[in-house]
Design a protein around this ligand. Structure first.
Ligand code: SF4
Length: 348
């Protein structure tokens, strides 16, 4: 894993070799305090590390103070254009700002925002996407491409560095998976700031899960990336679920049940899909680091999942509960789910 500079977003470290964090965004208007508080608290329960909210008005900025009082997750204020809103968000108690300095306007305005972040000791995440590539870089590199995206981001970094500001995270977004991979590979060779990675506008659940797993997964497997956001047109809780699963599949996160289940085949004689679905739902909030195998036959089940801590191999109305590869109990099909859940709860 590439060692980047450590930043603190509230009480959560990003970069510096600390665990990769999962982020998502609230979808309610930030001034709807009760709704946003409820969303953020649901994010926390789902295992999200950091929450971000758009701040589009002074009412939104004013709401941050109350939202922070009633939630635990670090709060990132996402500002599009108005430097005064950025300043109000910082004064309102946000834990980090997400801005695109190029959209904030003149250097003087950016400087006022930067000075405020210095005063409140909070980091800034800068961002560039295909729509905000600098004209000078487009001309230099003949269009919107990996180089113009990366060097536009480096321009933004330079603006902040020249103001003596170094608590920076960078995100370069693209909805094209290959581009997203290439820009992050490239910028990680040019600086040591932590990288926020994700495939932007990745679409609905299914296509986003595939694109995000490939884009984020490829980079993380190369040691690139410090914090992730899966972008899904849909429920932010799904973004968290997919993000956590990407980290778990790369052994970068270990706070939940890892279900290993067979694809089923003509040997399967129980309703394995139903068993897996129910176990998945019933264990979604369990934070134990346990691998649980659910297999459709006793012949291959224990053998195929020797590395699992616990498991069930089911066949012909019978489930064999096994622990560390050894069968320890035999139960009827309708007792499989409860037996397995109980074993998970009792395990260390
Ligand atoms: Fe088929 Fe058994 Fe393998 Fe499941 S574990 S896919 S039922 S052989």
């Amino acid at each position: 894993m590439k060692k980047t500079k450590k930043l603190m977003v509230g009480n959560v470290p990003i970069g510096g070799g600390f665990p990769i964090t999962v982020q998502t965004m609230t979808t309610e208007k930030t001034s709807n305090i009760d709704s946003v508080v409820s969303q953020i608290n649901d994010f926390e329960k789902a295992g999200c590390d950091i929450s971000r909210s758009a701040v589009n008005s002074f009412e939104d900025a004013k709401a941050i103070k109350e939202i922070k009082k009633r939630t635990n997750l670090p709060f990132i204020a996402d500002i599009q254009f108005d430097y005064k809103l950025a300043i109000a968000a910082v004064e309102g108690g946000c834990d980090a700002l997400r801005i695109n300095p190029g959209n904030i306007g003149s250097v003087d305005k950016v400087k006022l925002v930067v000075e405020k972040c210095k005063e409140y000791k909070i980091p800034i995440r800068i961002g560039v996407n295909s729509g905000s590539v600098h004209q000078s870089q487009i001309e230099k590199y003949n269009g919107v491409n990996v180089n113009s995206l990366v060097f536009s981001a480096m321009d933004e970094v330079k603006v902040l560095e020249e103001m003596g500001f170094f608590d920076i995270a960078i995100s370069i977004k693209s909805s094209v998976v290959n581009t997203m991979i290439e820009v992050n590979r490239k910028i990680s060779t040019l600086c040591d700031y932590p990288l926020h990675i994700g495939v932007t506008e990745a679409g609905p659940f299914f296509s986003s899960t595939v694109k995000s797993s490939i884009g984020i997964g490829t980079l993380l497997s190369e040691g690139i990336g410090d914090t992730i956001r899966v972008s899904i047109t849909g429920d932010p809780l799904e973004e968290i679920r997919v993000g956590k699963e990407i980290l778990k599949s790369l052994n970068l996160r270990k706070d939940g049940i890892d279900i290993v289940s067979c694809p089923t085949c003509s040997r399967t004689t129980v309703d394995l899909k139903k068993i897996v679905k129910e176990v998945e739902i019933k264990t979604k909030d369990i934070k134990k680091d346990i691998k649980v195998a659910i297999m459709g036959c006793p012949v291959n089940g224990p053998g195929e999942s020797k590395e699992a801590d616990l498991g069930i191999a089911a066949s012909n109305g019978i489930g064999f509960l096994f622990k560390n590869g050894e069968i320890i109990k035999k139960v009827k099909e309708d007792e499989i789910i409860d037996t397995l859940i109980k074993a998970i709860e009792e395990s260390k």
